[in-house]
Design a protein around this ligand. Structure first.
Ligand code: F6P
Length: 345
């Protein structure tokens, strides 16, 4: 068999570990492995490279993706889906492993549904917002990076009696904010799923300061919309859309910090963690998860079970349908927010 691998969407710690896992099992089985460059763009334009034992050596701790990535959506350009299918056939590929989040895997699901395309998926994203799996790889690393940053910001907050606002990624879900906020001991966490008003947020900080705590750490998820008692809401995003229809988020931390300082009088600073959360080497947990996902994807290919995605349920690696995984976003359940809330104010 000739097995193609592509990585799509934002880069993410652990991508290379998955590539290594898939390639290793496939090669041992006697399959040939082919890298598809830059996500779906590589299939649309026919850009491939060999992935032999030498190419996959040393990949486990390496961040980013050796295959490159893009947010190309073949369903957005005339003739691109046909190009994907014809380039796949011309390269004599028998199967594809698509490693990505809801966008990349949404394309995989549709190709399989509409054209019986032989594809299996691996759930990647630092946002952890993909359904049908407990965790995506990359999330643990992002949470760890944010936790470390929160720990460091604590010292400045405490020394200067400041409110430190930390803006983290996560798109329209607050997984990174809640988990790193709990781990870092945040005094307030604001996420899209739990619309706390700006007035209530300031009250919680004042309550804390009245208890004699002169500093606070506020973690805000980039997709949080500021809401006010009046019912007014304010989303902070650039209005340019990518090929999957997503706005570019970022900047809510600044607006929130300004509101807090104005309303409470506490000196406030903001730190936007940005792409640091996605960079560098994966944690041990992500390396192991990515490796297990890679092995499972290779097995699914070997068994000819296409239209499936490797998933984590509890501690077991299982497989689920790509349709199920991409049908809706996995949001933060209220129980998780309750854990965080026990330490607010
Ligand atoms: O989906 C991963 C993610 O890092 C989001 O958390 C973030 O909103 C987005 O990608 C940023 O995208 P880009 O790298 O295109 O700026």
């Amino acid at each position: 068999m000739r097995v193609g691998i592509l990585t799509g969407g934002g880069d993410c710690p652990g991508l290379n570990a998955v590539i290594r896992g898939v390639a290793r099992v496939s090669q041992v089985r006697g399959d040939e492995v082919v890298g598809v460059r830059e996500g779906w763009r590589g299939l649309v334009e026919g850009i491939f490279e060999p992935l032999g034992p030498r190419e996959i050596s040393g990949l486990l701790p390496r961040g980013g993706t050796i295959l490159g990535t893009s947010r190309t959506n073949p369903y957005k350009s005339e003739g691109a889906v046909d190009a994907v299918r014809s380039n796949f056939a011309a390269e004599r590929l028998d199967a594809l492993v698509a490693i990505g989040g809801e966008d990349t895997l949404g394309v995989a699901a549709r190709l399989h549904r509409e054209h019986d395309f032989p594809v299996v998926g691996v759930p990647k994203t630092i946002d952890n917002d993909l359904s049908a799996t407990d965790y995506t790889f990359g999330f643990d690393t992002a949470v760890w990076v944010c936790t470390e940053a929160i720990d460091r910001l604590h010292t400045t907050a405490e020394s200067h009696n400041r409110v430190m606002v930390v803006e983290v990624m996560g798109r329209h879900t607050g997984w990174i904010a809640v988990m790193s906020g709990i781990a870092g001991g945040a005094d307030l966490i604001l996420i899209p799923e739990q619309p706390v008003t700006v007035e209530d947020a300031c009250l919680a900080l004042e309550k804390r300061h009245n208890r004699g705590k002169d500093f606070s750490i506020v973690v805000v998820s980039e997709g949080y919309e500021l809401t006010y008692e009046s019912g007014e809401t304010r989303a902070v995003a650039e209005q340019t859309l990518d090929q999957f229809g997503h706005v570019r988020l970022g900047g809510v931390g600044d607006v929130l910090a300004h509101e807090i300082e104005e309303r409470t009088g506490y000196e406030t600073r903001v730190t936007v963690l940005g792409h640091v959360q996605r960079g560098g080497t994966p944690t041990a947990r992500d390396r192991v998860l990515a490796t297990r996902y890679g092995l499972k994807a290779a097995d699914l290919v070997g068994e000819g079970r296409f239209g499936r995605m490797a998933a984590l349920h509890g501690d077991a690696i299982v497989d689920v349908s790509l349709d199920e995984a991409t049908k809706e976003l996995k949001t933060v359940p209220p129980e998780w927010y309750e854990v965080a809330k026990a330490f607010f104010g």
